[in-house]
Design a protein around this ligand. Structure first.
Ligand code: AMP
Length: 642
């Protein structure tokens, strides 16, 4: 594989991408950059979002721009405002050390006068959505008679959105001797036609179905009744709340808004993005999502186009998309830049056929998972809580005489009693009726929707890299993130230590401990290879999860030893202290990942108190229920942009 320098990228650009952490070119970059720099050919690229195509065309374009020539030399046309802004931002960051290049984004929904002023100030590269560019051309506010390069990005999406005529109009007003570079995630006839009409024997580049082939993405689904979908979504989110950063895809704008409203009302840190929002509202939501002020973004396919957010832990499909290829588009937003991600689908019984179509056409393997029980959720949250306690640094300064008095009164209690009281209190914060919360999974063998019985606590979803497959056992290991592990490195380490392959293992890495799920036949080998060894001077304990209870049998009760805490272990079972409370009051919940409170089963508590966490600000911009009245069933509008 060649590096960027060997592909011919100049030093100023190399410096910038090095600062961005680009070490090696992605396949599309490796194939595209030399064609751009060393030939005069047009390029027809089959590539999806997330493959690095912006740099694939952006770097050579920036390199070939002459900053001294003060006219528009390159035109990048893309379907949405978000993508337009994203590409402009990317080009600006790549050219950080190459001075004198002006990149101007022009898109609908923002003041055209401001954009005209920006163009007049001198633009070398225009990044544009088709409608706005055409508008500017008709007003004679832009001159594209001298462009050398035209890039059509996400061409299939532009056609889907009804921009075909606009794109043709624009191309028809560019000089004949320009070069054209077209990227598309799919290659329908209409795109080939544009290729034939406006390109001259293009070099065809394909990086395959990169997203579907992305080994970093785990594709999961759970089958639920339609009426339970929202409850199942909440369970899934609750179970993963420690570090969730997700986009939830909905089908229509109305659904997007409704689910978002419900989640916000239920105390989740969520917001939504769809075509009924104003440009200012969208930008605000995107900004908040990008800086993690919002952890869960509900979006329609169209609104999510061009969102480039790194580090998504999950893509959740509240419904499968109409278009099979959209599934790979959606899921390709997670599992980027070497990180692991989960693409999770909430499925109705009747949608099973569509899942099979996706498997066949996109070459994806789905694994069925179960929606976690309320008890699973509670166990996980308590683990996170105990984890937080173990990792809390004690600040001696705060222990003045008054505080010490409080401590003294607590010292009168036995250690175990104190800890039980402590955890009971925490449990009350989870406003979940664990004992009565229903199992939300459907047993596919019992048509008519009979509930599937749980086989102990091992039936669980895998919102993360988590076990639960039949015949698997769970092993507790006393190492975790504190020891420098993440899922990938922990899996590598366990695989290497026990001489097994990645496929044999599923892991869940927490702060000071982790779990390994593996087939029963591998369990001894794993425990033998790990138990008793030392890792970075720490003795490692590995045992079948639950064994410390002294033969409790079955997976339902698990003992999660804190390892270091000496007595701080928590017995996560139905019968453990506080677990059977019929209900919990809805006090404010602070979980370690957590800016939210759990309210299971539609418990109607008071509205969230902590305004700052929720999107109060945006709502005051006047988004109201009537914005939905124009809602159609499909969120595939024509000419959405302007
Ligand atoms: P794109 O397909 O252009 O939207 O890029 C997807 C993501 O990959 C963006 O966050 C880029 O910053 C990142 N990226 C692009 N090229 C590279 C590279 N060579 N190495 C690492 N990350 C990259």
């Amino acid at each position: 594989m060649k590096n960027f320098s060997e592909l011919g990228v100049e030093q100023s650009l190399l410096n910038a991408i090095q600062e961005l952490g680009f070490e090696n070119p992605t396949p599309i970059q490796e194939q595209t950059i030399p064609v751009f720099l060393e030939t005069e050919r047009d390029i027809l690229g089959l590539a999806q979002t997330g493959t690095g195509k912006t740099a694939a065309f952006g770097l050579p374009i920036l390199q070939l721009i002459n900053p001294a020539a003060r006219h528009i030399q390159s035109l990048v046309i893309c379907p949405t405002r978000e993508l337009c802004m994203q590409i402009s931002r990317d080009l600006a960051s790549y050219s950080k050390h190459k001075h004198g290049i002006n990149v101007v984004p022009v898109y609908g929904g923002a003041s055209i006068e401001g954009q005209i002023r920006d163009i007049k100030r001198g633009a070398h590269i225009i990044v544009a959505t088709p409608g706005r560019l055409m508008d500017l051309m008709k007003r004679k506010a832009i001159n594209i008679n001298e462009v050398n390069f035209v890039v059509l990005d996400e061409a299939d999406e532009m056609l889907n959105m009804g921009f075909e005529e606009d794109v043709e109009y624009i191309l028809g007003h560019t000089p004949a001797e320009k070069r054209v570079c077209l990227f598309s995630a799919t290659m329908p006839k209409a795109i080939r036609n544009i290729g034939n009409r406006y390109m001259n024997e293009p070099v065809e580049i394909s990086v395959g179905k990169s997203n579907s082939g992305n080994a970093n993405i785990t594709h999961q689904y759970a089958v639920v009744h339609a009426k339970d979908k929202y409850a199942a979504l909440k369970r899934f989110v609750d179970f993963n709340s420690e570090d969730i950063y997700a986009i939830i895809f909905c089908t229509t704008r109305m659904e997007t808004q409704d689910i978002s409203d419900k989640l916000i009302k239920d105390g989740y840190n969520a917001d939504c993005l769809h075509g009924d929002l104003s440009q200012a509202q969208r930008e605000k939501v995107m900004g908040r999502f990008r800086n993690h002020a919002i952890k869960i973004l509900l979006a329609t396919d169209v609104a999510a186009r061009g969102i480039d957010v790194s580090g998504l832990t999950h893509v959740i499909h509240y419904h499968l998309p109409d278009d099979i290829e959209n599934y790979t588009h959606r899921s390709g937003r997670t599992g980027r830049a070497g990180k692991l991600g989960v693409s999770f689908t909430l499925l109705h019984m009747r949608e099973g056929g569509r899942l099979k179509d996706i498997e066949r056409i996109s070459n994806i393997k789905f694994e069925k998972v179960l929606i976690p029980s309320a008890q699973d959720v509670r166990d996980k949250k308590l683990l996170a809580f105990t984890d937080t306690i173990i990792n809390t640094e004690v600040e001696e300064g705060v222990f003045d005489a008054h505080v010490m008095k409080g401590i003294e009164s607590l010292m009168a209690l036995e250690k175990e009693e104190l800890l039980k009281k402590f955890l009971s209190l925490e449990l009350r914060r989870f406003s979940v009726d664990f004992a009565n919360a229903p199992d939300l999974n459907i047993n596919p063998n019992e048509r008519g929707g009979a509930r599937e019985g749980r086989e102990g606590g091992r039936d669980r979803d895998r919102g993360g890299d988590r076990g639960g497959r039949s015949g698997e056992k769970r092993i507790f290991v006393s190492l975790g993130k504190k020891d420098g592990f993440d899922i990938r490195s922990f899996k590598d380490w366990v695989a290497a230590s026990s001489n097994l392959s990645w496929q044999d293992l599923h892991v869940d890495v927490s702060g000071v401990y982790s779990f390994v799920d593996a087939q029963e036949s591998h369990v001894d080998a794993i425990i033998k290879s790990l138990n008793g060894i030392t890792y970075n001077d720490r003795p490692v304990r590995a045992e079948v999860s639950g064994d410390r209870r002294g033969g409790s049998g079955g997976g339902e009760r698990r003992t999660y030893g804190g390892g270091r805490s000496g007595g701080g272990s928590y017995e996560g079972g139905r019968r453990s202290g506080g677990g059977e409370r019929p209900s919990y009051g809805g006090g404010e919940r602070r979980s370690s990942g957590g800016e939210r409170r759990v309210r299971e089963g539609g418990r109607s508590d008071s509205a969230p108190r902590s305004e700052g966490r929720f999107s109060g600000g945006r709502r005051s911009e006047g988004r109201s229920g009537d914005s939905r009245s124009s809602e159609g069933r499909s969120d595939r509008p024509r000419r959405r942009e302007d």
